[in-house]
Design a protein around this ligand. Structure first.
Ligand code: NAD
Length: 354
């Protein structure tokens, strides 16, 4: 028995509405929450979805702001705050992935607006109290109860349009939350159950989505797994994997979900040495070798396999390793420069973890 039960567990106060067609319940849900004037948020790419949602909401829709962007730039938030005030709004509805949800969070962080989210990727931001925002090229992270969206609609129908490539990388991004949740310093038995079930659901769903992107049962399973993964991310602290992705995204402008997808087999293999027992519920699902099994799984899905493909140059690897060990943080295995440089080298070249 290596498990000592000694933990703090905070249950999320968010309301989750899950199911095919559940987006049609949004108006009733908003009214029940006391909302009367919603500003709908999206990226420019998902503007049509925002317009369709506004039509569906009728009188409840007070405006559309379709300028959400990656990394939540504060100048976009400032414009959104002005649009929110001009519309006399009392809530936001973010339809999209982490970028759009980040904008809703940034608004709520400033004015405590009630937030509803219609989640359309597997990134998991909708169920975390964490906001990453960028000012003058520097990304900072804040964690606060005000940032957690109050209502989340998960309608698998709305994920049918998520391109296969993005479904795969976003799904692997979600799996990374679950893997790190298993060995988190502040882990708890409920997060472990969620992480294990999440990996099962995504392990099953992602190959089916690659074969048939409009397989609604597979989309449902993937979104269910993503909700669980996001909940784990919002509940316990992350370690090496998320820190490395943050470093590569922030300093080398690598794309978010793709970076998670390339790195997760390598970071899992790195930490499996120290957290073998903790990772067992995941390892069992990947044939007894977590790093190698995840790498095979990602390859079978057609995921990007190298940091080189994502735009990292070979000559950046040393600096990336320096940055990765610059600010110490907790990890189940010590974060040592030589070992991290070797990890990054393998991830850059696309070698299967040993
Ligand atoms: P994204 O929100 O940037 O979306 C990528 C693109 O896909 C966008 O153009 C979007 O409009 C489009 N898209 C989304 N869903 C679609 C659908 N169903 N059909 C067609 N197109 C669709 O991608 P993401 O990976 O969800 O989010 C990444 C961002 O979220 C990063 O900035 C990351 O830091 C942040 N994030 C934050 C947290 C947190 O807890 N704060 C968690 C995860 C991610």
């Amino acid at each position: 028995m290596d498990q000592t039960l000694d933990f703090v567990f905070t249950s999320s106060p968010a309301r989750i509405v899950f199911g095919v067609g559940s987006v049609t319940r949004l108006a009733d849900e908003l009214r029940a929450a006391g909302c009367r004037r919603a500003v709908i948020l999206s990226t420019p790419f998902q503007r049509d979805a925002a317009v369709a949602l506004a039509t569906q909401l009728g009188d409840l829709a007070a405006g559309i702001f379709a300028e959400a962007a990656m990394h939540t730039p504060v100048e976009v938030t400032d414009r959104a705050m002005a649009a929110y005030a001009a519309a006399g709004a009392d809530c936001t509805v973010a339809i999209g992935g982490g970028s759009t949800i980040g904008l809703g969070k940034a608004i709520a962080w400033r004015n405590d607006a009630m937030q509803a989210v219609v989640a359309t990727t597997y990134a998991g931001s909708e169920v975390t109290p964490i906001l990453g925002q960028t000012a003058n090229g520097i990304k900072t992270t804040v964690r606060d109860a005000k940032i957690l969206p109050e209502l989340v609609i998960y309608d698998p129908d709305l994920t049918l349009t998520l391109p296969v490539g993005m479904s795969v990388t976003s799904g692997l991004n979600a799996i990374a939350h679950a893997v790190e949740g298993l060995y988190a310093r502040d882990r708890n038995p409920v997060a472990e159950l969620m992480a294990t079930e999440a990996i099962r659901a995504l392990r099953q769903a992602l190959p089916a989505i690659v074969r048939s992107p409009r397989d609604i049962a597979a989309r449902e399973q993937a979104l269910y797994g993503a909700w669980l993964c996001g909940t784990v991310l919002g509940t316990v602290g992350m370690a090496l994997h998320h820190k490395l992705c943050h470093t590569l995204g922030g300093s080398f402008d690598l794309p978010h979900a793709e970076t998670h997808a390339v790195l997760i087999p390598h970071t899992a293999a790195y930490n499996a040495i120290a957290a073998h027992a903790r990772l067992a519920p995941a390892t069992r699902q990947f044939g007894g070798d977590l790093g190698g099994g995840l790498w095979d799984f990602a390859q079978s899905l057609g995921a990007p396999m190298t940091l080189r493909m994502l735009g990292l140059r070979m000559e950046d690897l040393d600096r990336a390793a320096d940055l990765a060990v610059e600010n110490p943080y907790w990890n189940p295995r010590p974060v040592e420069r030589t070992a991290i440089r070797a990890l990054l080298g393998r991830a850059w070249a696309g070698e299967r973890p040993e």
